[in-house]
Design a protein around this ligand. Structure first.
Ligand code: F6P
Length: 364
């Protein structure tokens, strides 16, 4: 690969926004090594997502800065799931500082900005690209809810953790003849509960896309015990809710672009089952453990492929795009399209029918 000459040595910038997930460092490394090694560019790492872009906090990234970070969880750049250039609180007022952000990018001589994030980060990236086009998105999130891509990195590691947790829960559930309820993350999408639950042999899986009936959940537990199974494993997505009822909100974070934090439905499900069946029930909330730790083999490769592909897109001058995975190939899609909604589970998905065929109840 021919490097660009010193005269036109470009500077590119990277930020990681939103909730962290395993694989962020692998993506930072992929972009940085390609930018420096293949193209001879300078790389700036912006601190704490859009917060650093707003408040001029950054540092240069050299080859050595991204060596040995491949297996590390979290992000060496820091992140923020509150900062938004289009709505920042200053002196108690919500103000649009997007022009300041663009001024910063221009003062730093940045010719491409890589925004590694989930839907929130990429929605902002898309909005910003209407004013300053040289932006490329990189899809991460344990929730796997981004449109235009088959998989975001972070999801595989989170699901592996859920699977391992379910294996552990299984043995204690069996010993004590209990109903064990495991609440997992995923926000408005049920991918983690569905895939982690299927891999871990969950008997009942409750997801936001398929509002459940209390009676069906209770019946599923009762019919298992009638069939001789003295324990049940119930995997509940944090966004799961009964038909006609709202999701359970744990906290409202006012200065966050998406202020709702979900959580608590697992306890409600465990209480209901114990009351209606007489079976002792326990709840385990896996919480932020799902976002921590070293990325899996799959996420390391995916994040690296995304990082390298994103740098190559910048080299080709293809902006306002997001890198994506389609049928095993790395492709790109428009940021606009990728942020036009959320990728949710459909009842017609093959994985749903597979789960049903092996006896999983969705509580419907
Ligand atoms: O989007 C990732 C995610 O972990 C969701 O699954 C979860 O609902 C949310 O972030 C939790 O956010 P916070 O870290 O602000 O509690």
């Amino acid at each position: 690969m021919e490097k660009e000459g010193m005269m036109n040595k470009r500077t590119v910038a990277i930020l990681t926004g939103g909730g962290d997930c395993p694989g962020l460092n692998a993506a930072i490394r992929g972009i940085t090594k390609t930018a420096i090694g293949d193209f001879g560019w300078n790389v700036i790492g912006i601190q704490d997502g859009y917060d650093g872009l707003i408040n001029d906090r950054k540092r240069e990234l050299h080859w050595g800065d991204v060596s040995n970070i491949l297996p590390l969880g979290g992000t060496i750049l820091g992140t923020s799931n509150k900062a938004d250039p289009f709505g920042t609180y200053e002196n108690g007022q919500k103000v649009d500082v997007s022009d300041r952000v663009i001024r910063n990018l221009e003062e730093w001589n940045v010719s491409a900005l890589f925004c590694i994030g989930g839907d929130g980060t990429n929605i902002i990236a898309n909005r910003l690209s209407q004013k300053w086009p040289n932006i490329i998105g990189v899809p991460k999130t344990i929730d796997n809810d981004l449109l235009c891509t088959d998989q975001t990195f972070g999801f595989d590691t989170a699901c592996s953790f859920v699977t391992d947790s379910l294996d552990r829960i299984h043995s204690t559930a069996q010993s004590h003849h209990r109903v064990m309820v495991i609440e997992v993350m995923g926000r408005y999408a049920g991918w983690i509960a569905l895939q982690g639950g299927l891999a871990g042999g969950g008997d009942i899986i409750l997801i936001p896309e398929m509002p459940f009936s209390w009676n069906a959940v209770v019946d599923a537990v009762k019919s298992r015990s009638k069939g001789g199974k003295r324990f049940s494993i119930v995997v509940v997505s944090e966004g799961a809710h009964p038909v006609g009822e709202k999701m359970v909100v744990r906290e409202v974070i006012k200065d966050s672009p998406d202020p709702l934090r979900l959580g608590g439905i697992g306890q409600a499900v465990a209480d209901h089952i114990e009351r209606e069946t007489g079976h002792e029930s326990r709840v385990t909330v896996l919480g932020h453990l799902q976002r921590g730790g070293s990325p899996s083999f799959f996420d390391r490769i995916l994040a690296t492929r995304y990082g390298v592909a994103a740098a190559r897109l910048a080299r080709a001058g293809e902006f306002k795009k997001i890198v994506a995975l389609k049928g095993g190939e790395i492709v790109s899609a428009s940021l606009e399209e990728a942020t036009s909604g959320l990728k949710l589970v459909s009842e017609n998905d093959e994985i749903v029918s597979v789960a049903k065929s092996v006896g999983t109840s969705f509580g419907v």
